[in-house]
Design a protein. Structure first.
Length: 170
């Protein structure tokens, strides 16, 4: 197929933060792009992307879809329609992407997509900044959790919290 320019492998996943943390660990860095609030993408190789759609109640097995990038989605859909392949409706995310789903004769989930604007891919510096910010966020959350579980003071020379404050009960 001469007009295929790239491909994506799309997976449905759960909680955004958990997905972000897990796949950052897998790849050793944060996503290369995050075009929507619930969507993360890592470039696997030039033209090949792993896409993670987050926030799904039932993520997991048997939800992968391989989509092929085409220059003109209408031409690609027309070609399939001419071969009597059932094709879903073309979905348009304005200024981002158009995509359509279909399956092969064996039930494998496939699709085509056409970018409506260039991908906004993070530069290495932007990715490092995002990774650093996320690491700091994780460290802050861990410190807050530790502080919430720790006694107010372990120092034997200090009174217990509230001691000596009128109306406070230790």
């Amino acid at each position: 197929m001469a007009d295929v320019r790239g491909m994506t492998i799309a997976l449905n996943a759960g909680d955004f933060t958990e997905v972000l943390d897990f796949y950052t660990l897998v790849f050793g860095h944060g996503p290369d792009t995050a075009p929507l609030d619930d969507f993360l993408e890592w470039q696997i190789s030039p033209g090949a992307w792993l896409q993670l759609s987050t926030g799904h109640d039932r993520p997991g097995a048997n939800n992968a879809r391989v989509r092929l990038e085409v220059g003109d989605i209408d031409t690609a859909v027309g070609r399939l329609a001419g071969g009597s392949v059932p094709v879903g409706e073309v979905v348009v995310v304005p200024d981002v992407v158009s995509f359509v789903n279909f399956s092969d004769n064996w039930g494998n989930a496939l699709g085509f997509y056409q970018l409506l604007s260039p991908r906004d891919v993070y530069t290495p510096e932007e990715r490092r900044r995002h990774d650093t910010e996320r690491a700091e966020e994780i460290a802050r959350a861990a410190a807050e959790a530790d502080a919430a579980q720790a006694p107010h003071s372990d120092h034997p020379d200090l009174p217990p919290p509230g001691a000596g404050v009128p109306g406070a009960h230790p």
